[in-house]
Design a protein around this ligand. Structure first.
Ligand SMILES: Cc1cc2nc3c(=O)[nH]c(=O)nc-3n(C[C@H](O)[C@H](O)[C@H](O)COP(=O)(O)OP(=O)(O)OC[C@H]3O[C@@H](n4cnc5c(N)ncnc54)[C@H](O)[C@@H]3O)c2cc1C
Length: 350
């Protein structure tokens, strides 16, 4: 059998593996991606939202000023290379809960640091007939959503055209270690980059890393209403077209049932009922596991005792914004020996 020499084998083609593969292509590297997706993988369930101001306290997300411009450039470039559309920039409207919250934001929305992310402030009700927002709200910009299924599919088709994709499970036990890398099936590679999402948690190789699985559920609803803004108040509502919306999501670290549950559905519906006015019908319900970490920072780097094996994982609830930037940072590290950010380097656990 003819042996193919590669720089890298990439395992997994979720948000992490896809960004890595596209950066490898741009860098002219020889690689192959192994992926055997299943419907509960995080990337197949995720809403795809990118939101610069998050959390109950409405704070700018970690490294937003670095991550957001990088993410935008990456997805725009990838759209034009693959000749497909999947990156949708859309404002997010966050209704205020109280007059106090409105006053607070009136004082600070024009402050330096926020101007790139806040488009405008409304002190009176907006979108009358769609949502309850008696105190107005904040309109965010530099936000939107990635149509993840369309993106993953476009990347997969592109990789197939390049002969760089294998629809197969990568089985570590079948690796043969050699002096300058590994041999796996008919491939010889210098390094293996594992982008396996929550599957990495059960592997002995990475048992020193504090993974955390965070379950999330999402509903698809039919509303008959069309709007060109994302609403976010306890839950997000993304209009996908023709009155169909994605709504979610829940956050559960005690996982009794990995699939969609009645309790998850009830939780989303009760939050939705608090501010969304139109009648709707639930037409879909999915669940998945976020590959999260104890300190909420990604896991990047070479295994301390087996440097052929590299991890790119722990994207948690923010894979869309984290994957493009940190895939590039990981390759700068592997190719040019540039140090990883200490916050994401797995050395923090050694
Ligand atoms: C309900 C929900 C809502 C979310 N909403 C958002 C959101 O709005 N915005 C956002 O940015 N993020 C969101 N996320 C988080 C986001 O989905 C994750 O951060 C991201 O998808 C993680 O990507 P990944 O590639 O690391 O892992 P995964 O998506 O799990 O991909 C790993 C891939 O590797 C494959 N694999 C694993 N082991 C092997 C093997 N041995 N051989 C072959 N293939 C293998 C798997 O089958 C899979 O295809 C959400 C997650 C959930 C669950």
């Amino acid at each position: 059998m003819q042996r193919i020499s590669l720089d890298y084998i990439v395992v997994g083609q979720g948000l992490a593996g896809s960004a890595l593969a596209m950066h490898l292509f741009r860098r002219d590297k020889k690689f192959v991606v192994f992926d055997l997706p299943n419907k509960n993988d995080s990337s197949h369930v995720a809403a795809g939202l990118f939101n610069p101001i998050t959390g109950r306290k409405w704070v700018k997300t970690w490294k937003a000023d670095l991550l957001f411009p990088f993410m935008r450039a990456y997805f725009k470039d990838t759209e034009s290379l693959l000749n497909r559309r999947f990156f949708y920039e859309q404002n997010i409207y966050r209704p205020f809960d109280t007059l106090y919250e409105q006053n607070d934001w009136m004082a600070k929305w024009t402050e330096a640091g926020y101007t790139s992310y806040i488009d405008s402030l409304y002190s009176e009700e907006k979108y009358y007939g769609l949502i309850k927002n008696p105190y107005g709200g904040l309109m965010l910009k530099n936000s939107g959503y990635l149509d993840i299924p369309a993106y993953l599919n476009a990347v997969k088709c592109f990789l197939k055209e390049q002969n760089s994709y294998q629809h197969a499970r990568f089985i570590p036990d079948k690796i043969e270690r050699i002096k300058d890398g590994i041999v796996y099936r008919n491939y010889k590679a210098k390094k293996v980059i594992l982008c396996e999402g929550t599957a990495a948690k059960s592997q002995k190789l990475w048992e020193f890393l504090p993974f955390k699985r965070l379950k999330g559920e999402v509903l698809i609803i039919g509303t008959g209403k069309e709007f060109d803004v994302i609403f976010n108040k306890g839950v997000f509502i993304i209009h996908l077209g023709n009155g169909i919306c994605k709504v979610g999501s829940t956050y559960d670290n005690i996982i009794v049932d990995p699939g969609p549950t009645a309790a998850g559905k009830k939780q989303i519906l009760s939050k939705l009922a608090k501010f969304f006015k139109p009648d709707f019908k639930v037409i879909g319900h999915t669940a998945g596991m976020r590959p999260a970490t104890q300190d909420r920072r990604p896991f990047l780097g070479m295994h301390p005792n087996a440097k052929t094996f590299v991890i790119f994982n722990g994207l948690g609830a923010k894979g869309v914004t984290l994957a493009p930037f940190f895939a590039n940072q990981l390759l700068n590290h592997l190719e040019n020996d540039i140090q990883l950010d200490r916050e994401v380097d797995i050395k923090r656990y050694i």
